[in-house]
Ligand binder design. Structure first.
Ligand code: BGC
Length: 751
């Protein structure tokens, strides 16, 4: 009986649902095909309403069509947490109390996990937070290639390699969009420096563009099915990226068949006519003076507002392009806020916090871990993981151990629900173990802690001189069994921040002096560098143990403690080359490459990408340089062996297999990396290019077969004659290894 009633109610509901749906206008009916809904909505809109939906009405929203019940579009930064709300027409805080988020690790950290499942889960989690806050567009992920280790925004991107970036960005997007939130991939394209960011003109040859700077965006569009993309501030070949004929019309919408929305960067639109004809679909953040301009509504004066409407009314422009733009906006709305099947989202859940901690711990890269002898110890042993049994007192030194860094860095600055500091994370983990944790400041760097009205509330002021601070740290170091220095950069201006580039490759605030003094006082020194870019480490030969940490967000301190103590065996791998010094950078000593040459006729800086394909490890390999740490590098607390590497041909394409064994005593993960070298080629080809990888978790003693398949694209170069990807017959070498410089097997193969 009970069952029958349930069925009857179920039946009624379904029938009711269908009836209700069939009465809906086509555009509101989710059962109707998407394109029919789009056409139906478009046919009901007035010219003014169409103009309305393609430009902002506030700092982060555009109007929908209120008359038709089509919702507003609400955007949020991105890319590693949901930005707190600002006022309608000001950058200042709205003062909401419901907008604190989970701060996830920055994308340079995510890339270093080399774990695509984790990238997907990251997308799901941040998508859930965006969804819960009712944001339909997440302004991220960013996937500009790390060309220059001084670029202020590298921390928001996914490293130097097009393939790795493409793999990670795809999964992030898929995860976000499963939540009914549009990802907005940024900043398309060649946005590789912050200095002169509105006036830099990237001049890049076709092959370099296709092989280095576009593949991650291409993957985002074709595989990730990104619903939106953000044009960069910079120019490309003399035209603004946001409305660049070549990038937008020809490549993005033409070749790649992008059916989503092109969104301007905030203030990236510069021309009505170019915006109309070169595919810009939505204009945001144009530099009006807001309401203080004494205009009733500054947004009406956007390039894509009144000026566009007037051109149409005067018969100077048709509505053809406008209709295309509106279709794209509607498509995005139907896929997001008008998708009745999208999940509800969540914020600050246990799952999100756990994920932030996991991504953080998995991203930390153990760069160096040499054996040192402790007081009274006969045998030298690596300092990490911490040996709690033989350690009584640990001294932590450095500002980054106590500095909150979720606030700062520019538009990705967050108001986090909580932030576990490195010192606190370690203290909590070691509580009750009998290990005492002491702290000394060591140096004073950036004592500010505010961005756009969000403040950390920390007071980091310290008036002591550098000599006094070093003297204290040295004194304490002599009393400790082990010293952990936690420093690096910090998202203040010029220290990994939007709007400014770094001014030096070395560590700021005299940190090198502190490290040198510490290691002289106590050779049992671990240096933890927190940054989103590589840094110079002149003390590398003296310091036995170095960890690369990143901006890890809410769970920063817990993630670091996990790795220091060995609760998590490090498995992060560098997604960027650590040049020994700046002379190893392909941009070094050539102003035309960076910061560019100022054109006398315009306020523009021509930046010539004349290093071509030779960015990061491609440059290191070609010049036969020895970097401080190569791309793909990262140690573990266990050891691995790669054996039986073979290549077979399946359906004309190569499949590389090998056996990976954990030869150590604890479980751990290794990343098997496959680099391709086209030996017989009609064009110059890099010595190695990453084209496949697999992250494999193994128990001690366990072996597993790893299979890496290559498709035709992985063998190809972009042929500028035919404007096609071309895999040339002839000999190839496949290098299989644990980093770009640690190759375990080289396999010849012929196409
Ligand atoms: C940044 C974007 C960001 C936008 C909105 C711009 O200045 O370049 O990455 O999404 O502001 O905050």
């Amino acid at each position: 009986m009970k069952q029958a009633i349930t069925l009857a109610i179920g039946g009624l509901l379904v029938a009711g649902g269908l009836n209700a749906q069939s009465k809906l206008p086509v555009y509101q009916n989710p059962a109707q095909p998407l394109e029919e809904r789009v056409e139906d909505a478009l046919s009901r809109m007035t010219l003014h309403e169409k103009i309305g939906v393609i430009h902002a009405q506030s700092k982060f929203s555009s109007p929908g069509v209120a008359r038709l019940g089509i919702p507003e579009v609400w955007c949020t930064d991105g890319p590693h947490g949901i930005r707190p709300d600002v006022l309608w027409d000001e950058w200042e805080q709205a003062g909401c109390t419901n907008d604190s988020c989970t701060a996830f690790p920055a994308l340079s950290a995510l890339a270093s996990t080399w774990n695509i499942e984790l990238a997907h889960q990251y997308g799901v989690s941040i998508g859930e937070e965006a969804r819960y806050r009712n944001k339909s567009v997440l302004l991220g992920p960013g996937c500009n290639i790390l060309r220059n280790p001084l670029n202020g925004r590298s921390f928001e991107y996914l490293g130097e390699d097009p393939y790795l970036s493409g793999q990670m960005v795809t999964q992030y997007i898929l995860g976000v969009q499963e939540q009914g939130v549009a990802a907005c991939v940024k900043h398309y394209a060649l946005n590789n420096n912050e200095v002169n960011r509105y006036t830099s003109n990237a001049i890049c040859d076709e092959r370099t563009l296709r092989e280095i700077y576009l593949p991650a965006f291409e993957a985002a569009v074709k595989e990730g099915k990104a619903m939106s993309i953000m044009g960069g501030y910079n120019l490309f070949r003399g035209q603004h990226a946001c409305h660049n004929d070549y990038l937008m019309n020809k490549i993005l919408k033409g070749e790649w068949g992008f059916d989503g929305t092109v969104i301007s960067d905030w203030g990236g639109t510069q021309s009505t006519v170019e915006a109309i004809h070169n595919s810009l679909d939505m204009e945001f953040g144009t530099w009006t003076d807001g309401l203080t301009m004494n205009k009733t509504n500054a947004y009406d004066n956007y390039f894509m507002a009144k000026p566009y409407e007037e051109l149409i009314l005067a018969g100077k422009e048709s509505t053809e392009q406008l209709d295309d733009k509106v279709r794209r906006v509607l498509r995005m709305i139907f896929r997001t806020s008008m998708n009745p099947n999208r999940p509800w989202g969540s914020m600050g859940s246990e799952a999100h916090i756990a994920l932030a901690r996991q991504v953080g711990a998995e991203s930390i890269v153990l760069l160096q871990n040499k054996a040192v002898r402790g007081k009274g110890q006969k045998k030298a042993a690596p300092l990490l993981p911490l040996n709690l049994a033989s350690t009584k007192r640990i001294l932590v030194v450095g500002e980054n151990a106590i500095k909150m860094m979720t606030v700062g860095g520019g538009s990705s600055s967050l108001k986090a629900r909580h932030e576990v500091l490195p010192l606190d994370g370690l203290k909590t983990r070691l509580a009750g173990t009998g290990v005492e944790v002491a702290y000394a400041r060591g140096y004073v760097g950036d004592v500010g802690g505010e961005y756009n009205g969000v403040s950390t509330g920390q007071s980091l002021k310290d008036d002591r001189s550098p000599a006094e601070l070093i003297a204290e740290a040295v004194r304490e170091a002599k009393l400790a069994d082990l010293v952990i220095f936690i420093g690096g950069l910090n998202k203040a201006d010029h220290q990994d921040a939007e709007g400014t580039d770094r001014q030096q490759y070395g560590l700021p605030y005299g940190q090198d002096d502190v490290i040198e003094a510490l290691v002289a006082a106590n050779p049992r020194l671990v240096v933890v560098n927190i940054s989103g870019n590589p840094v110079q480490m002149p003390w590398l030969k003296k310091v036995p143990c170095v960890l690369q940490d990143w901006y890890l967000g809410s769970e920063a301190g817990n993630s670091l403690a996990d790795v220091l103590t060995g609760d998590v065996n490090p498995s992060g791998r560098l997604a960027m080359t650590y040049y020994a010094d700046l002379t190893q950078s392909p941009l070094y000593g050539d102003e035309s490459r960076y910061p560019g040459l100022k054109r006398s006729d315009k306020n523009e800086w021509d930046i010539t990408y004349s290093e071509g394909l030779y960015v990061g490890y491609r440059h290191i390999d070609r010049q036969k340089l020895t970097p401080a740490f190569p791309f793909g590098h990262g140690l573990s607390y266990t050891t691995f062996k790669l054996a039986d590497a073979k290549v077979v041909t399946e359906n004309g394409l190569p499949v590389v297999t090998c056996t990976l064994t954990n030869t150590g005593k604890i479980a751990g993960a290794q990343v098997v990396q496959l680099y391709v070298n086209d030996v017989e080629a009609s064009v110059d080809r890099p010595v190695k290019e990453l084209k496949a990888f697999a992250k494999v978790m193994l128990q001690p003693g366990e072996s597993r077969e790893v299979k890496l398949s290559l498709n035709e694209r992985a063998l190809s170069f972009f042929d500028v004659e035919s404007m096609q990807w071309k895999a040339e017959p002839g000999k190839f070498l496949f290098h299989v290894g644990f980093s770009s410089a640690d190759i375990k097997a080289t396999l010849p193969w012929t196409l």
